[in-house]
Design a protein around this ligand. Structure first.
Ligand SMILES: [Zn+2]
Length: 465
């Protein structure tokens, strides 16, 4: 990797970027996101605090969260009692370890009892995820937490050189059955505030890649946010077409595992550097690379991240377990998200004391490949199921003849309605190019490694076998 490529081109943030990212953004954020600015200022400072001071802040926030959950959330009340955990003793490591991990099945079965009683409805926001393990979940995020999540995301974007006001292309999947809002108000927001150029990778053909290039040439964003594998596919397209002008100053990859060869392909074709990021819908940004590219710094002011050893994994690998320290309407405490990771050793040359994950594994969702060359992005497909409470888990099987089977583990309320919803949504992606059959199964087996696969390719099967 040449030094030239690692250094962002200077002086290309023009006056309108600076004005819109400065005063206009601040005014808007102050109005619509009242908790954004103070939190952003606080975490700009605390990322350089001594590690011990950061740990104390986490401990205070954890105590407040546990005290709240014990008083207001029936599910946790019972769970803490059974584990012998006194919320005031959040620094009691033994009691903490006795607290069982929160599984996706717990949230599917007990989501209502996990919500805080008497939490004002207007101060929370319903969200959902399809997730990297194919288990749809519905949950609540505090309005205030949306502001602090935005502040964390902006801090981590700034590590990649991106500031509010800078245009960012997003090679990302959006649900195809939800029409984008094309109103004037939304257009203005995009032009003045968000400044994102959405390149929807949910289902892309070669013609779509050409269209993305046209749109990139019109707007010339300096930054790219992308699903890791979508960035690889786009980089390969750019290389094949010999498009030397599609370059970025910083590329943030997320949602899927980024391998070293993938990083090299992306940086070679699209400039870069690549800043790998780990996040999930339930928690927003979890960890990101800084300019030292020596592991991913954890968003420690807001999240408690644990890496828990298990006999299934060789040390120092462990299961990633997350606690959102700042979400109170429906706390997620010791949430087993379904990924594995290990901690990075030593200090980071950037001087930030936020601990670092060396790498994250477990979220390789794969593409579906359609006969006409169209690819359907795995992480985008997971969104198809996110709001379907009657679906517990799904897995796609693509056979050698390209036909697709969807395996579904049904939950309460599952029936013909859910089947029809899934079929009609999926047809937007598959466009009738391959046969789709839906089968209900009792469970979905993991691989011998314990890893769950969202898309399985069976090179020998056909629809009739
Ligand atoms: Zn660093």
């Amino acid at each position: 990797m040449s030094a030239r490529r690692r250094t962002p081109a200077p002086g290309r943030r023009n006056l309108s970027d600076r004005v819109l990212g400065g005063s206009v953004f601040r005014l808007w954020a102050g109005h619509e996101h009242p908790h954004y600015a103070a939190f952003r200022r606080a975490i700009e400072a605390s990322q350089f605090w001594p590690a011990e001071r950061l740990r104390q802040l986490q401990q205070q926030r954890l105590t407040a969260l546990l005290t709240h959950a014990a008083a207001r959330c029936p599910f946790y009340q019972k769970r803490f009692l059974e584990a012998g955990l006194d919320p005031a003793q959040a620094n009691d490591a033994d009691a903490w370890r006795r607290l069982p991990l929160l599984t996706k099945a717990d949230i599917q079965n007990h989501g209502a009892a996990m919500q805080a009683v008497n939490f004002p409805l207007e101060r929370r926001f319903r969200n959902q995820t399809g997730g990297s393990t194919g288990s749809p979940l519905q949950f609540y995020v505090d309005r205030e937490r949306l502001d602090t999540r935005m502040a964390s995301t902006h801090r981590h974007n700034a590590w990649a050189g991106h500031l509010p006001g800078d245009w960012m292309a997003e090679l990302w999947g959006n649900r195809l059955d939800l029409a984008a809002d094309h109103g004037v108000r939304e257009w203005l927001r995009q032009q003045l505030l968000y400044r994102t150029l959405s390149l929807n990778t949910s289902s892309v053909s070669r013609q779509d890649w050409h269209d993305f290039v046209r749109r990139l040439r019109r707007k010339r964003p300096r930054f790219l946010l992308a699903y890791a594998l979508a960035a690889v596919a786009f980089a390969e397209f750019v290389r094949q077409e010999r498009l030397s002008d599609i370059r970025f100053d910083g590329i943030i990859t997320s949602a899927e595992v980024l391998t070293a060869p993938h990083r090299a392909i992306i940086e070679d074709a699209l400039g870069g550097p690549v800043f790998n990021r780990y996040g999930c819908r339930e928690m927003s940004v979890i960890a990101s690379e800084c300019a030292a590219h020596s592991g991913l710094h954890v968003n420690s002011e807001a999240l408690l991240v644990e890496v828990i050893p298990t006999p299934l994994l060789p040390a120092p690998w462990g299961k990633v377990v997350l606690t959102d320290l700042l979400n109170f309407s429906m706390p997620l405490i010791r949430y087993e998200v379904g990924d594995v990771s290990r901690w990075a050793e030593g200090d980071c040359p950037c001087g930030r004391s936020l601990p670092r994950l060396a790498e994250v594994q477990g979220r390789t969702t794969e593409f579906l490949q359609l006969p006409g060359g169209r690819i359907v992005s795995g992480p985008a497909l997971t969104l198809v199921f996110a709001d379907l409470a009657a679906v517990r888990q799904v897995q796609f099987l693509q056979r050698a003849d390209a036909s697709v089977q969807l395996k579904v583990v049904p939950g309460a309320g599952y029936g013909e309605g859910a089947r029809e919803t899934m079929r009609s949504r999926l047809n937007l992606y598959l466009k009738g190019e391959v046969p789709l059959d839906i089968v209900e199964v009792e469970s979905i087996a993991s691989e011998p490694s314990g890893k769950y696969l969202f898309v399985v390719r069976n090179t020998s099967g056909t629809a009739r076998t």
